[in-house]
Design a protein around this ligand. Structure first.
Ligand code: NI
Length: 138
Protein backbone atom coordinates (compact mmCIF):
# COMPACT_ATOMS: atom_id res chain seq x y z
CA UNK A 1 0.00 0.00 0.00
CA UNK A 2 1.29 3.45 -0.86
CA UNK A 3 1.93 6.12 1.72
CA UNK A 4 0.13 8.81 -0.20
CA UNK A 5 -1.27 11.46 2.10
CA UNK A 6 -3.24 14.64 1.47
CA UNK A 7 -2.34 17.78 3.41
CA UNK A 8 -4.41 20.94 3.40
CA UNK A 9 -3.73 24.59 4.08
CA UNK A 10 -6.62 26.98 4.50
CA UNK A 11 -6.20 30.66 3.70
CA UNK A 12 -8.57 33.54 3.39
CA UNK A 13 -8.94 36.66 1.28
CA UNK A 14 -11.51 39.34 0.61
CA UNK A 15 -12.07 40.67 -2.86
CA UNK A 16 -14.59 42.54 -4.95
CA UNK A 17 -15.81 41.48 -8.34
CA UNK A 18 -18.43 41.88 -10.99
CA UNK A 19 -19.59 39.05 -13.21
CA UNK A 20 -20.24 40.43 -16.65
CA UNK A 21 -20.00 39.29 -20.24
CA UNK A 22 -19.29 42.38 -22.38
CA UNK A 23 -20.67 40.59 -25.45
CA UNK A 24 -24.15 40.54 -23.90
CA UNK A 25 -26.81 43.19 -23.25
CA UNK A 26 -27.30 44.56 -19.74
CA UNK A 27 -30.57 42.63 -19.54
CA UNK A 28 -28.97 39.33 -20.44
CA UNK A 29 -26.07 39.93 -18.02
CA UNK A 30 -28.49 40.65 -15.20
CA UNK A 31 -30.65 37.64 -16.01
CA UNK A 32 -27.62 35.31 -15.98
CA UNK A 33 -25.49 36.78 -13.18
CA UNK A 34 -28.12 38.45 -10.99
CA UNK A 35 -26.69 40.37 -8.05
CA UNK A 36 -23.16 39.39 -9.06
CA UNK A 37 -23.66 41.64 -12.13
CA UNK A 38 -24.06 44.77 -9.94
CA UNK A 39 -22.28 47.53 -11.94
CA UNK A 40 -20.61 48.95 -8.84
CA UNK A 41 -19.12 45.61 -7.76
CA UNK A 42 -19.59 43.72 -4.49
CA UNK A 43 -17.35 41.73 -2.19
CA UNK A 44 -16.91 38.15 -1.09
CA UNK A 45 -14.98 36.58 1.78
CA UNK A 46 -13.20 33.80 -0.02
CA UNK A 47 -11.89 30.74 1.77
CA UNK A 48 -9.15 29.01 -0.14
CA UNK A 49 -8.11 25.45 0.61
CA UNK A 50 -4.94 24.20 -1.02
CA UNK A 51 -4.62 20.41 -1.09
CA UNK A 52 -1.28 18.76 -1.75
CA UNK A 53 -1.03 14.98 -2.21
CA UNK A 54 2.05 12.78 -2.21
CA UNK A 55 4.28 10.63 -0.05
CA UNK A 56 5.86 12.00 3.13
CA UNK A 57 9.62 12.50 3.12
CA UNK A 58 11.14 9.58 5.08
CA UNK A 59 13.58 11.92 6.89
CA UNK A 60 11.14 14.56 8.10
CA UNK A 61 7.85 12.70 7.99
CA UNK A 62 6.45 15.79 6.30
CA UNK A 63 4.79 15.78 2.92
CA UNK A 64 5.40 19.50 2.54
CA UNK A 65 6.29 22.05 5.20
CA UNK A 66 2.96 23.76 5.84
CA UNK A 67 4.65 26.99 6.86
CA UNK A 68 6.37 27.02 3.47
CA UNK A 69 3.07 26.24 1.74
CA UNK A 70 1.35 29.02 3.65
CA UNK A 71 4.10 31.51 2.72
CA UNK A 72 3.86 30.40 -0.90
CA UNK A 73 0.11 31.06 -0.97
CA UNK A 74 0.49 34.40 0.81
CA UNK A 75 3.22 35.65 -1.50
CA UNK A 76 1.77 34.42 -4.78
CA UNK A 77 -1.99 34.48 -4.31
CA UNK A 78 -3.08 36.59 -1.35
CA UNK A 79 -0.76 39.48 -2.16
CA UNK A 80 -2.27 39.57 -5.64
CA UNK A 81 -5.94 39.23 -4.75
CA UNK A 82 -6.60 40.14 -1.10
CA UNK A 83 -8.48 43.44 -0.73
CA UNK A 84 -8.48 43.92 -4.49
CA UNK A 85 -11.12 44.53 -7.07
CA UNK A 86 -10.49 41.47 -9.20
CA UNK A 87 -11.87 43.06 -12.38
CA UNK A 88 -10.01 46.36 -12.07
CA UNK A 89 -6.88 45.63 -10.04
CA UNK A 90 -5.61 42.33 -11.41
CA UNK A 91 -4.15 41.40 -14.79
CA UNK A 92 -5.56 37.87 -14.43
CA UNK A 93 -9.19 39.02 -14.57
CA UNK A 94 -8.90 41.94 -16.92
CA UNK A 95 -10.48 39.84 -19.67
CA UNK A 96 -11.62 36.80 -17.68
CA UNK A 97 -14.90 36.71 -15.76
CA UNK A 98 -13.94 36.35 -12.05
CA UNK A 99 -16.31 33.51 -11.20
CA UNK A 100 -15.29 31.13 -8.43
CA UNK A 101 -14.55 28.59 -11.17
CA UNK A 102 -12.13 30.90 -12.97
CA UNK A 103 -10.54 32.14 -9.74
CA UNK A 104 -9.84 28.54 -8.71
CA UNK A 105 -8.26 27.77 -12.10
CA UNK A 106 -6.09 30.91 -11.96
CA UNK A 107 -4.93 30.09 -8.41
CA UNK A 108 -4.15 26.52 -9.40
CA UNK A 109 -2.05 27.67 -12.35
CA UNK A 110 -0.12 30.12 -10.17
CA UNK A 111 0.63 27.53 -7.48
CA UNK A 112 1.27 24.64 -9.86
CA UNK A 113 4.38 26.48 -11.06
CA UNK A 114 5.67 26.77 -7.49
CA UNK A 115 5.00 23.33 -6.06
CA UNK A 116 7.16 20.29 -6.81
CA UNK A 117 5.67 18.30 -9.71
CA UNK A 118 5.91 15.07 -7.72
CA UNK A 119 2.93 16.31 -5.71
CA UNK A 120 -0.66 16.50 -6.91
CA UNK A 121 -2.39 19.80 -6.28
CA UNK A 122 -6.04 20.69 -5.93
CA UNK A 123 -7.72 23.99 -5.15
CA UNK A 124 -11.02 24.35 -3.31
CA UNK A 125 -12.45 27.85 -3.23
CA UNK A 126 -15.45 28.90 -1.15
CA UNK A 127 -17.21 31.99 -2.43
CA UNK A 128 -19.83 31.62 0.29
CA UNK A 129 -20.22 29.01 3.00
CA UNK A 130 -22.49 27.04 0.73
CA UNK A 131 -21.04 27.71 -2.72
CA UNK A 132 -17.64 26.31 -3.48
CA UNK A 133 -15.67 24.88 -6.38
CA UNK A 134 -12.76 22.50 -6.84
CA UNK A 135 -10.10 22.46 -9.54
CA UNK A 136 -9.03 20.13 -10.97
CA UNK A 137 -12.33 18.33 -10.61
CA UNK A 138 -10.62 15.01 -9.83
NI1 NI B 1 -20.34 37.71 -6.50
Amino acid sequence: MSNRVAVFRKEHFNAAHRLHNPAWSDEKNFSVFGKCNNPNYHGHNYDLIVKVVGEPDPQTGYLIDLKMLSDLVKENVLQKFDHKNLNLDTAEFKDLNPTAENIAIVIYNILREKINKKFDLQIRLYETERNFVEYPAN
